[in-house]
Design a protein around this ligand. Sequence first.
Ligand SMILES: C[S@@+](CC[C@H](N)C(=O)[O-])C[C@H]1O[C@@H](n2cnc3c(N)ncnc32)[C@H](O)[C@@H]1O
Ligand code: SF4
Length: 375
Amino acid sequence: MKKAGLYIHIPFCKTKCIYCDFYSITERENQIPEFTNAILKEIDLYKHYKNKWKFNTLFLGGGTPSLLPAKYLEKIFKKLDDTFDISSIEEITLEANPGEINFEYLKDIRKLGINRLSLGFQSFNDKILKQIGRLHNAKDCFETFDNARKAGFENINSDMIFNIPKLSVKEWIKDINKLLEINPDHISAYSLTVEPGTHLFKMVKKQQILMPTEKIDIEQFLITNELLSENGYNHYEISNYSKFKMECKHNLNYWELSPYLSFGPSSHSYDLKKRWWNVRSLKKYIKYLDKESLPIEGYETLSMKDNFNEIIMNGLRLSNGIKLSDLENYNEFIDKNKIDKVIRKWDCLDIKNNNIRIKNDGFLFVDEITKDLFF
Ligand SMILES: C[S@@+](CC[C@H](N)C(=O)[O-])C[C@H]1O[C@@H](n2cnc3c(N)ncnc32)[C@H](O)[C@@H]1O
Ligand code: SF4
């Protein structure tokens, strides 16, 4: 049976960060009970997926899932258990914001079976954290990390962001070194993107804030690779690094194009043939589920060509690259002459052990290489 992922989107946040375009809402935590009931109803509407796939991961993402009290998480887990066969789930991740959870909460959710924590540190520079609208400071990061270890979390990810206005290369190196001191099992290091609709986008447009130059962005990316590799982290995906065997299994499901079912407003699902997504509004989401209807806003059917291009796009992001066997069914889209030409153009492309992959610093050109290989 094919492995698959489960995702739950929890949209509540204490505040809106200036760069974030994920569906998240503030000052609505009073709706957590109503939201949880809607999630339970949505899960029920997918009960016919019970024996279709072997679910091996569950990810609670957001928003800020750690704003959900443990008793509501417990209700969701019970519903998942009653509805699907979740006996093969190996990894349950919860995203949490530093400074917003205490030791008791961490102990409670560890007891519920959550075995991976993703902490949104972003930076250890208090000025930078304030600038990007975070509520926590560096001390909160270290305290939350410490409490998580004490509560029994042996698999902790830290989300970090570089390419932030006014973050010098020197300051970023300091951040990485501080992170290395606490030794997380997994690190996601993202380059800050300016997403339309965000406060950051407006500020950049009005020239109230200046994004770093591309040179600084590249320098910070390269120094991240260097320092993390030297310290035992495997750079297994463009923005992701892990200790031995600590890769995020849930994200690997996405990148390797395994199917996934998702619940909650704005969440996306994928069944190998089509992708569908939910309404991006808690109000509408609850309204649909009150009427026992699926809260779907839209869907796309994926053609063979779309599937081929997605294998290229996702596979090249991984350091293992694309298994040539995954392309076996797509001969009509494979033009050997074109591939030879692309390989001659990009000396960072490598075909070895039946895989095609980007090596060394070639990740810097992944978008261009992907476009060259698209059908
Ligand atoms: C959407 S948040 C959800 C988890 C949690 N609320 C938090 O902020 O950590 C997940 C991660 O996405 C990353 N992220 C969100 N928007 C981003 C952007 N515009 N550029 C780079 N990273 C971003 C941040 O590192 C963040 O930790
Ligand atoms: S980055 Fe995280 S905490 Fe900030 S608004 Fe987005 S989801 Fe909420």
